[in-house]
Design a protein around this ligand. Structure first.
Ligand code: DAH
Length: 342
């Protein structure tokens, strides 16, 4: 039995060496020291032995058990230590390494912003400054002060979102002309960008939200020649030196005389194609010499001050410049569209 006991001890110690994790250790511990284990089995058979034998064997068995318990405990601690070590190695963060640069996709500027900046910068070079007004506007500023009194038929030219009788979503940036004339000291040269709204079904050439840019120059002695020269200089800045501009008579209540500005077709260069309907010209905006009524309505003297103005559809210019066939693309913010304007 002694031998048996020693064999169990030897075997257990050997197996203990080979053990790789806590599960295997538990398994072995039950096999050897558990209630149904080998050591316990031996102790159970001691009843058959004589008193002395039992005492001697009992002592030996207990010391083997004690030894094994200790060894198991040691091994357990070592395994735990090892596992911890591995975990630390796995989770190790070397804070001295250079940071990982995650490739965040870069955004791109909307073509509206690009075109707006081009026009603005060309005009700043001519002594203009920027001015802005509210998108929710009084009827008075959007129409009345601009020589469009209530019931004026030309109000129908712009389908309007009304908030109530007196308040609306501005249909153009022209109300800012009235705000500037009323509040600023004259003379001035202003470029006025902004979002405008009209009751329109969205389609390839209409959007209920669109962007305009108003120009307003007030001085003692301005003429149509100044208007023409100013417009031509930003047309060339946006479209290139070889693009021509021309004025064509038109009507706006807030200008007299009024004109539409055409530029030579950006597709065919003026020869005539399907984009310009064979004319060689494309319309980009309205303009004119500010109607003296507007100047007077805003509290300034039309005898002393003259002005010229224009209102350009920034989206229209962007479509022409970049060959965008559907205005809705500009307002939808689809990354695949925008990323082309980097
Ligand atoms: N406000 C006009 C429109 O939205 C455009 C315009 C025409 C503005 C002539 C002007 C101007 O300042 O003089 O259709």
């Amino acid at each position: 039995m002694f031998e048996e006991l020693l064999k169990i001890r030897e075997a257990a110690l050997k197996e203990l060496e080979a053990i790789k994790n806590a599960d295997e250790l538990n398994e072995l511990s039950t096999q050897v020291l558990g209630r149904g284990g080998k050591l316990t089995a031996i102790l159970r058979t001691m009843g058959k032995l004589s008193q002395e034998e039992r005492a001697a064997l009992g002592q030996k068995a207990n010391s083997v058990k004690q030894e094994l318990l200790e060894k198991f405990e040691e091994r357990k601690a070592a395994l735990y230590e090892l596992a911890e070590q591995k975990k630390i190695e796995r989770e190790e963060i070397d804070v001295t390494l250079p940071g990982v640069r995650r490739a965040v996709p870069m955004g791109a500027l909307n073509p509206l912003t690009l075109v707006y900046r081009e026009i603005r910068d060309a005009l700043i070079g001519l002594g203009f400054t920027t001015f802005e007004g509210p998108e929710i506007e009084y009827d008075e500023y959007n129409f009345t002060l601009l020589n469009l009194p209530p019931n004026h038929p030309a109000r129908d030219m712009q389908d309007t979102f009304y908030v109530n009788d007196k308040v609306l979503l501005r249909t153009h940036t022209s109300p800012c002309e009235a705000r500037a004339l009323k509040t600023l000291d004259l003379p001035f040269r202003l470029v006025i960008p902004g979002r405008c709204f009209r009751v329109d079904e969205p389609d390839a050439s209409h959007s209920p939200v669109f962007m305009q840019m108003e120009g307003l120059v007030v001085d003692r002695n301005v003429s149509i020649a100044d208007l023409k020269g100013t417009i031509d200089s930003f047309v060339k800045a946006v479209f290139g030196e070889n693009v021509e501009s021309r004025l064509r008579p038109s009507y706006f209540p807030f200008t007299e005389p009024s004109a539409e500005v055409d530029i030579s077709c950006t597709i065919c260069g003026g020869k005539g194609c399907s984009s310009c309907k064979g004319t060689g010209w494309m319309e980009i905006m309205g303009c004119g010499i500010t109607n003296p009524h507007e100047i007077e309505n805003c509290g300034k003297s039309p005898d002393e001050w003259r002005a010229f103005a224009w209102g350009v559809g920034v989206d229209r210019v962007a479509c022409l410049k970049y060959g965008i066939s559907d205005i809705r693309l500009i307002y939808e913010g689809d990354g695949r569209f925008l990323s082309q304007f980097k």
